[in-house]
Every structure is written in structure tokens, then in C-alpha cells.
Design a protein. Structure first.
Length: 172
């Protein structure tokens, strides 16, 4: 089944210049845990609740003075609309992300979330996560995502036992 059949077609977006307090208000009002950051019709990043907590609140920064571009996760990992749902789930698991913007010809057309996939295939996400932890996915050697120890986003996660860790927390 292609991603376009389960994706949300009208994802909630923000511009990179938006203040983080305004972005958080949009997230609260719309009942979402993330905003796709767009420049025109192009997805350039993603802002999650975790970004706000770890990069603003925990760092004691003022949300009104921080811009989305300063804390968003970029570059964005995305899928085309005709990507198979199982392949999208593998990509999410290998990179330890919960949301994938759906992009066609450089234009944001939707978003698919872990919850969308869970509704369709309840066991798939957890199974592919376990495969990634066990090193059984083809592309799981170079993993992008949040470190299991510190929670900081890294493009260079590696397995340390059952954990995926950033370079700073390897072999501890």
C-alpha cells in the first residue's frame, strides 16, 4: 500500500522565521506534536515538541526570542507519496523518527506518522524498531535520530548494546 493512502494531506506547517512560542501555540491549537517547516512549498525541516523541550526549555532560553530555524531538525527525512508503507516504516525505525513528510517533486504534499502506520499495521513499527536495534536492517549501520542516552539529535548514531547512541556516549 502506498503512503499516499494513509498520509495526512494537510500537514500543519511553520516558517523558519516564526518565533518558537508562536509555533508552540500552533501545535497546541491544532493538537499536533510537530510542525513541518516550509520555505514556500518545500519542506526544509521539522520542529517537534522534543526540540522545544530540549533546545529551549531545558536550556532556559526564551521561546519568544528563539526562531524555529534555530532549533528545527534539518535536513528533513522524507518519502515520496508512492513509497510503500512498510518501507516508510523501516525508514522511520532505522532513523528513530515518528513523522515523515511526504514530498513530491520538491513540494510538501502530506505527512505520514507512526500512528498512521500503527492503525494500518499495528505490529510493524515495533518489529522494525527491534530489527534496527538488532542490526538486521540493511541501512541500519548509519542511523539518524535521537540518542537513547542524551536525547540529542545526531546523524551518526551507532549501536552500543541495545541502545542507539551519539558519538559522545559511545563505549561508556
Amino acid at each position: 500500500m502506498p503512503v499516499l493512502e494513509i498520509m495526512t494531506r494537510d500537514p500543519v506547517t511553520a516558517t523558519p522565521d516564526l518565533a518558537v512560542d508562536k509555533a508552540a501555540a500552533i501545535m497546541r491549537e491544532r493538537g499536533v506534536g510537530s510542525l513541518i517547516v516550509v520555505d514556500g512549498a518545500s519542506a526544509i525541516g521539522i520542529l517537534t515538541e522534543r526540540d522545544i523541550v530540549t533546545k529551549v526549555a531545558a536550556a532556559n532560553r526564551s521561546p519568544a526570542s528563539v526562531r524555529v530555524r534555530d532549533i528545527m531538525t534539518a535536513p528533513i527525512v522524507s518519502v515520496p507519496p508512492h513509497e510503500d508503507v512498510e518501507e516508510a516504516a523501516r525508514k522511520m525505525s532505522a532513523r528513530r523518527i515518528r513523522r515523515l513528510p511526504v514530498v513530491q517533486e520538491g513540494r510538501l504534499v502530506g505527512v505520514v506518522t507512526e500512528n498512521d502506520i500503527l492503525r494500518l499495521l499495528p505490529n510493524l513499527v515495533e518489529l522494525t524498531r527491534e530489527y534496527a536495534r538488532a542490526g538486521m536492517l540493511e541501512d541500519s549501520a548509519a542511523v539518524e535520530g535521537h540518542c537513547d542516552v542524551c536525547g540529542v539529535y545526531s546523524k551518526d548514531l551507532a549501536r552500543d548494546g541495545k541502545l542507539l547512541v551519539c558519538p559522545e556516549h559511545r563505549d561508556r
